[in-house]
Design a protein around this ligand. Structure first.
Ligand code: CDP
Length: 679
């Protein structure tokens, strides 16, 4: 039974782009719930969700919605949904699965019975935070309601929903969390719709005992594919060159370029804007918009704005150029794209079980991804896709499918959340029978990695839970340091002012304290090259974590700032969570990770003024070299005190660190004996 449940839930992870719609029991019950519209006797002019008259925009959007492919099969869908507990729906990206199907489900609930309706909620999982936010906004607009009221979203650290919410878009992780606190998900009246563009449908049918399969025919226009003759040395440069060429030579139509990450995307945006600017009025105006997950939501909405009009009447047409990570591959649909540029790379999560670290690596995409990408050019009219690699390379080098994310992820937190077990004995989360300990119970309530959870839960014992809360919050948000190209030196100097010689975690703490002292002041953030949005969100995360601490009566406390122990206690508490992420400085001058003996280097962004013998690290980054990032100095003596069960020398490879630890253990024994003798 247990295994069964685990397998079912992990389903959402297996299929990266799958969207699952579940009609789940609504925990909060309250609030009036109304139908989509009172369709008795023609179109109602009043929105029964909120009693307000429909806006003109509602009707305009409704007309467009009705042209989406899923609308042609609405009746069939409702019938199949009524007769089955689970169904599988496959349809091209953009056919309306994400935006329309959940609204159909709501309608079905309404038709069933006004009374039952009150108790239900529709949840729709999304593979990414950006997608959850953006699509829920769109659907709120479609239903003519305010986002966060009837329609909302829930992503880690941000819940934009209320007691009125009947339709919620949420990330897979958040659904797992709800499943944990809402056991009623197991009820037989749960309905499940598994949706995807690329699903291997038979596998899912097999899994769900032959659940019915609905296919929504696509309406993709033909897309002409072009390859390069020779491999490209620099795909970024090649992508920019191709954009400029399309803009000069091809008929009107927007361009979508796939790049791998924020820095690259911002760089490309700048260069394209500049190059096109230099071409003067012989070409049309362009609107270049970036799209990546850490972009503020308002900026993300810009991808849906239309292309700019020609500069002069009858002049060359304007173009929108979207430069995106692979979010735009399946998670978000942008209409009007006619040209796609695909360099063939994406940042992908890889998990290295040897060092137990998850990293994002720029790696070649699969054939299936390349196919998805080219499909984006044919949404509204025939299009063109420029692949910046050779046809031979496409045929011989690309794997057929992208490995499912579950095979590339660090599952520790998912597993802790899900079944609440794993090799978590080291953290004290499991007992010898594999059952959750009291500590493990509490840890599983934090939406964090087990290490961070452990660090928080034990922090009161080290008299520094306030500080550990701040550090955890800072580690949970995007990098707060801003380093603009044109002011790198000033930015580095500003960062150095926050620097703490014992480590980057303490530097983050300094930044957070300074930010709070300056009351979230915008100009202070600007002058100090810190990202105000990241800090605001850290502040928010901190409040949420503090609430969980309070729920478990974990005391909020600090060591006196003037005490010698202030920073020592913080570093010890961090070690109590991160003792499995320790590296030792060898006599050769290299660091080796403890137990797995991987050679690593301190990331150049570190703030240390020395090379400590032992460090804990937050991240293992694989690029040209192996780096450990966000590091803090810890002492060997603390390691043998705090984590002797993990640093058990009988179970330790031969290495320099082992010999050092041996001495430390001997010294500890001796000290103990001396103190016994003194007594
Ligand atoms: O889920 P699927 O890929 O099948 O399609 P969808 O996300 O429901 O998108 C259907 C249509 O809704 C798109 O073609 C867009 O026209 C529109 N849409 C939008 O305008 N803004 C969004 N944030 C999402 C979708």
């Amino acid at each position: 039974m247990g295994t069964e449940r685990k397998r079912k839930v992990s389903l959402f992870d297996v299929v990266d782009e799958a969207t699952a719609t579940a009609k789940v029991n609504k925990a909060n019950g309250g609030g009036a719930v109304h139908g989509i519209n009172n369709s008795t006797g023609g179109m109602s002019l009043v929105n029964s969700w909120n009693g307000r008259p429909y806006s003109q925009r509602y009707f305009d959007i409704l007309e467009k919605r009705k042209t989406l492919p899923v609308w042609h099969q609405k009746e069939e869908f409702l019938k199949v949904l009524k007769e089955n507990q689970t169904l599988i729906l496959v349809g091209e990206t953009g056919s309306g699965k994400t935006t329309q199907i959940p609204q159909f489900v709501l309608e079905a609930v309404e038709v069933e019975s006004a009374d039952r309706r009150k108790k239900y909620m529709v949840g729709c999982t999304q593979p990414r935070r950006v997608a959850a936010m953006s699509v829920s906004r769109r659907v709120a607009e479609e239903m003519d309601v305010t986002i966060g009221e009837e329609v909302g979203y829930s992503i880690r650290f941000e819940d934009c929903s209320s007691a009125k919410t009947v339709l919620k878009y949420l990330t897979d992780g958040m659904l797992l969390r709800e499943a944990m606190t809402d056991p009623l998900l197991e009820r037989p009246d749960l309905k499940l719709v598994v949706m995807s563009a690329t699903l291997e449908a038979e596998k899912f049918q097999g899994y769900f005992f032959g659940a019915p399969l609905m296919k929504v025919p696509g309406r993709l226009h033909p897309v002409e594919i072009f390859y390069t003759q020779e491999p490209e040395r620099d795909y970024l440069e090649a992508a920019i060159r191709t954009v400029v060429q399309i803009h000069m030579c091809e008929p009107p139509g927007d361009i979508l370029v796939f790049l791998t990450g924020e820095e690259e995307i911002e760089d490309a945006c700048r260069k394209i804007t500049k190059e096109v600017g230099n071409m003067g009025d012989q070409v049309g105006p362009v609107k270049v918009v970036p799209l990546y997950s850490t972009l503020p939501p308002a900026m993300q909405q810009k991808i849906f704005e239309p292309a700019p009009p020609p500069l002069t009447e009858g002049g060359p047409a304007g173009r929108k150029i979207v430069i995106s990570t692979n979010i735009a591959e399946t998670s978000l649909t942008i209409d009007g794209i006619v040209y796609v540029i695909d360099p063939g790379f994406a940042k992908q999560k890889v998990y290295n079980p040897r060092v137990r670290v998850e990293s994002l690596l720029v790696s070649p995409i699969s054939k299936a991804s390349a196919h998805q990408r080219s499909g984006r050019a044919g949404r509204t009219q025939p299009g063109k896709c420029f692949r910046l690699y050779t046809e031979k390379s496409f045929n011989n080098d690309l794997q057929p499918q992208t490995y499912p994310e579950i095979l590339r992820s660090n599952l520790a937190n998912t597993v802790l959340t899900l079944k609440k077990l794993e090799v978590l004995n080291y953290l004290g989360a499991l007992d010898d029978e594999g059952n959750l300990t009291k500590l493990g119970e509490i840890m599983s309530e934090f939406p964090l990695d087990p290490q961070m959870g452990k660090m928080l839960v034990v922090s009161p014992e080290f008299n520094c839970s306030n500080e550990i809360l701040s550090i955890s919050a800072m580690l949970s948000v995007p990098n707060c340091f801003v380093r603009p190209r044109e002011a790198q030196k000033a930015a580095d100097e500003a960062k150095a002012r926050f620097g703490h010689i014992d480590g980057d975690h303490l530097t983050l703490l300094n930044v957070y304290h300074a930010y709070k002292q300056n009351n979230d002041d915008q100009s202070w953030c600007y002058e100090n090259f810190v990202n105000q949005r990241a800090l605001k969100s850290a502040d928010n995360v901190r409040q949420q974590l503090a609430r969980i601490m309070a729920r478990f009566n974990l005391k909020l406390c600090s060591t006196d700032f003037n005490s010698r122990d202030y920073y020592i206690n913080i570093r010890k508490a961090m070690l109590a969570g991160y003792f499995m992420q320790v590296a030792h400085l060898e006599r050769t001058g290299h660091y080796l990770t403890v137990k797995d003996n991987q050679v690593v280097h301190l990331h150049p962004s570190n703030c240390l003024d020395h090379k400590p013998e032992w460090v804990i690290y937050n991240e293992y980054v694989l690029t040209s070299r192996n780096f450990i990032r966000t590091v803090t100095d810890v002492r060997g003596e603390w390691i043998v005190d705090i984590a002797p069960h993990y640093y058990d020398l009988d179970n330790f490879p031969q290495c320099e660190a082992k010999r050092v630890l041996e001495k430390l253990y001997k010294k500890r024994e001796k000290d103990k004996e001396e103190s016994r003798n003194r007594r």
